[in-house]
Write a protein that binds this ligand. Structure first.
Ligand SMILES: [Zn+2]
Length: 297
């Protein structure tokens, strides 16, 4: 984890606690290359150290809607995929990344790749496995984000037909989180604003699967003074470095001040921030700026 992950975790923890809800920890380990059990253990250790306790989920599968690691939930994703397939809403896609870039139409989106639907009407069947895509209609999805307010996203123009299962068999994030959130009874999803557009795709999936859509709350991304999203290059903001230099209450207090939860970066515990959180609004919807140089000792 780095400070950006701690920010998202703290805010969603506070939201759950301020509304008398429960906080769920799901291990999103769909990508076999990037996921190792030891990473999940490190995340759990960091969360505990910071004082961010969870009521359900985690590696020990606390709760009744487990397992809570996505790598163990393939049967649920398969059931949802089969339901969508039997409705005739999916098709195999054999495009390579290069194919998709070559057919890239001008789009109004945020720089993401909008698939042109090349394989929708394909009649030949290449002798290799394809990805499974969901056909999306030319339809506007409307929803109200807790912080960003009313949103309108056109599925065809802004999203395009999207992948449910990759050619290598790996499940796509969009399908997995919708299936999981529905089965786990998630009522609020709080995450970075980079996923605001994904919410439209997910709402469409909730509808197709006959599930209740949760409340979405997107957070302005945490950026360095150059306007870049925090990443590995900001090494001082990794939890490993932060834990060497600061106590947990110092990190929480500095983070809370950067976000605007408290006026001054005084050490505090997460529980001390619950009371005022229900009325919290981001200071700016553009970004939360954090200077990595101020996080060293
Ligand atoms: Zn294709």
């Amino acid at each position: 984890m780095h400070l950006g992950n701690v920010y998202a975790a703290l805010m969603s923890w506070l939201s759950a606690r301020s509304r008398g809800g429960e906080w769920l920890l799901r291990i999103e380990d769909l990508d076999p290359q990037r996921s190792k059990a030891e990473f999940a253990r490190l995340i759990e250790d960091d969360l505990c150290w910071l004082g961010l306790d969870w009521d359900e989920g985690g590696l020990d599968n606390r709760g009744s809607a487990g397992p809570y690691s996505q790598s163990l939930r393939g049967e649920f994703y398969l059931a949802a995929l089969e339901r969508l397939e039997s409705s005739g809403l999916t098709y195999p896609c054999f495009c390579t990344r290069a194919d998709i870039m070559a057919t890239q139409a001008p789009h109004e989106s945020d720089g993401r790749i909008v698939y042109a639907g090349t394989c929708r009407h394909r009649t030949d069947r290449p002798d290799r496995s394809g990805a499974t895509r969901l056909m999306v209609p030319d339809r506007d999805i409307h929803f109200t984000d807790r912080f960003y307010g009313p949103q309108s996203v056109n599925l065809a123009r802004h999203c395009g037909d999207f992948v449910l299962r990759r050619a290598d068999g790996a499940w796509a994030y969009q399908l997995a989180v919708v299936v999981d959130d529905a089965l786990m009874g998630v009522t609020e999803v709080m995450r970075g604003a980079d996923l605001l557009l994904s919410s439209a795709q997910q709402i469409y999936l909730y509808d197709l699967l006959g599930q209740q859509v949760p409340q979405f709350a997107h957070l302005p991304l945490m950026c360095n003074p150059a306007g870049q999203r925090l990443a590995k290059r900001d090494a001082s903001l990794s939890m490993a470095c932060l834990r060497e230099n600061f106590t947990a209450p110092e990190i929480i207090g500095r983070l809370a001040a950067a976000v605007g939860l408290i006026p001054e970066p005084e050490p505090c515990r997460p529980a001390e921030l619950i009371a005022g959180f229900e009325h919290f609004r981001p200071q700016s919807l553009a970004a939360v700026t954090v200077n990595p140089a101020e996080w060293v000792r």
